[in-house]
Design a protein around this ligand. Structure first.
Ligand code: URP
Ligand code: ZN
Ligand code: ZN
Length: 478
């Protein structure tokens, strides 16, 4: 008699965003087809032995093989990036197809598909980055792309090659409203950063640690407030990405208290790193932790933990932006040490995102297991139009499943599967790591080795966000 299931995960302590219950999980054709006890035999069986079993993670903010101005280049492409994700319990990624200023958005998407094709080992969607909202982009390209499954786009308020002014942002927010897309905002005040940077360089203060000095909390607070105000004017939900500390959290809570739909994201670096990691002296090692906004201090870390627990944050993403340290395409662009404004921004974190939050959040009692699932899988799926296919353990959902192993593991970069030559968390003791990562029914990580294959990941055209009620288009949609 042939097996009823392709795979059965037995004796799992299943956690969803709302419930925790003992169940077997029956998988056929890449989907969860049955939940219950004493399921009949599967062609393959995994005994979870009562271990916590969660939906595969969705990393809704990561960067791979994103074209950026030379001489820097990202260390991870879709092959190494998705491999690393899978080994850390992530089964879906949403990196960014970035429009070049003067170029078309459609061309950026086509180019990004070429980069992903045949390389991704887990499923993926694309956010868009709009850097040049020309009349053609706003009237035709972007609406067509949203309808074709690219239902979210990022707006930068800083970085010369990416930033938009307030008028451009307003036009894009109006478009998000009329087409039901999710606008994600990188909120830092670019003029303040430029002025502070100029002053620091004039004073000869060029070490990596001055990156943090050039981007104090105030510049994030101001831009967060402005992003919220622009969204209020248009009457559209927005999501503020990579929130780093108290003053931005306060802005988001203030907006919510006014009844505005302002969603928000934070990342591991704001829980586990501080500005001291950029250097307490002028050494260059701190370049490893140069990212924007920069990590803050211990008090801000506590605020971020509180906002994870109390529901302020909607999603927890890695913002994996992979640049090797000893690399003339990475943190030493051109081959040597450079002044802080020229250090490529970003740190790796795709593979460690879930184990860090599970170890330091769930196992310490700072957040509940169900909240962990909500932040890392269910809310990203709802926010970016993938729910209920992704982000939960339910009949009919894709069989994206993580069985957790709780034991102490000292973290070293050599055990990670990205192409970056360091992890900011080297030497940390983690108390959990996936024993199995199952992606659409395939075991892609068995606790020891990566078992996925490049090309098995599917591109996911995404629907509209379901985390917020859809508003009828109004005047703001013009
Ligand atoms: O420093 C960062 N966060 N680099 C990645 C790009 C971005 O703004 O998310
Ligand atoms: Zn950003
Ligand atoms: Zn990013």
């Amino acid at each position: 008699m042939s097996a009823e299931f392709d795979l059965v995960v037995r004796n799992a302590k299943v956690a969803t965003a709302s419930d925790t219950f003992m169940s077997d999980i029956g998988v056929a054709g890449g989907q969860i087809v049955q939940l219950g006890v004493k399921l009949s035999k599967g062609a393959r069986e995994i005994d979870a032995e009562g271990r916590i079993t969660t939906p595969g993670g969705i990393d809704a903010h990561c960067h791979f093989d994103q074209p950026i101005p030379p001489p820097a280049r990202m260390a991870d492409d879709f092959e190494s990036g998705t491999r690393s994700a899978a080994c850390g319990g992530t089964t879906t990624v949403i990196p960014f197809a970035a429009q070049q200023k003067g170029g078309s958005l459609r061309a950026a998407v086509d180019d990004y598909h070429r980069r992903a094709n045949g390389r991704a080992s887990i499923d993926y969607g694309f956010h868009l980055i709009v850097t040049d909202p020309t009349p053609e982009v706003v009237a035709n390209e972007l609406p067509a792309l949203i309808a074709q499954g690219y239902s979210s786009f990022k707006i930068y308020m800083t970085y010369d090659d990416l930033k938009l002014d307030d008028g451009q942002i307003l036009r894009l927010l109006a478009l998000a409203r009329s087409h039901g897309a999710m606008a994600m905002l990188h909120a830092e005040n670019t003029e303040c950063i430029a002025w502070l940077t100029e002053n620091l360089l004039e004073a000869g203060l060029t070490a990596p640690r001055y990156h943090a000095t050039s981007r104090p909390m105030l510049v994030e607070r101001e831009a967060t407030h402005r992003a919220i105000s622009l969204a209020e004017l248009v009457d559209v939900p927005v999501l503020i990405v990579h929130v780093s500390g108290r003053e931005a959290v306060e802005q988001i809570q203030w907006a919510r208290s006014r009844g505005l739909t302002v969603l928000s994201e934070t990342c591991p670096q704001y829980l586990f790193l501080t500005a001291d990691d950029l250097g307490i002296d002028d050494g260059y090692k701190g370049a490893k932790c140069v990212c924007s906004p920069p990590p803050r201090d211990a008090a801000n870390q506590q605020v971020i933990w509180g906002a994870l627990a109390d529901g302020t944050f909607t999603v927890f993403s890695s913002d994996h932006a992979p640049f090797s340290f000893d690399d003339d395409l990475g943190k030493k662009p051109g081959g040597g040490e450079v002044a802080f404004p020229y250090i490529p921004n970003g740190i790796p974190g795709l593979e460690t995102r879930l184990p860090l939050l599970y170890s330091e959040g769930v196992l310490t009692g700072r957040i509940s297991l169900n909240r962990f699932v909500e932040l890392t899988a269910t809310n990203p799926a709802k926010t970016y139009g993938l729910h209920p296919r992704k982000g939960t353990i339910a009949i009919g959902s894709d069989a994206d499943i993580v069985v957790w192993d709780e034991h102490r593991t000292p973290l070293t970069n050599s055990m990670l599967h990205h192409a970056v030559d360091y992890t900011p968390y080297e030497g940390w003791a983690l108390d959990a790591w996936p024993a199995y990562t199952i992606a659409r029914g395939d075991v892609v990580w068995d606790g020891r080795q990566f078992l996925g294959t490049p090309g098995r990941g599917w591109f996911l055209p995404r629907g509209l966000p379901t985390i917020v009620p859809r508003k009828p288009p109004g005047n703001g949609g013009k």
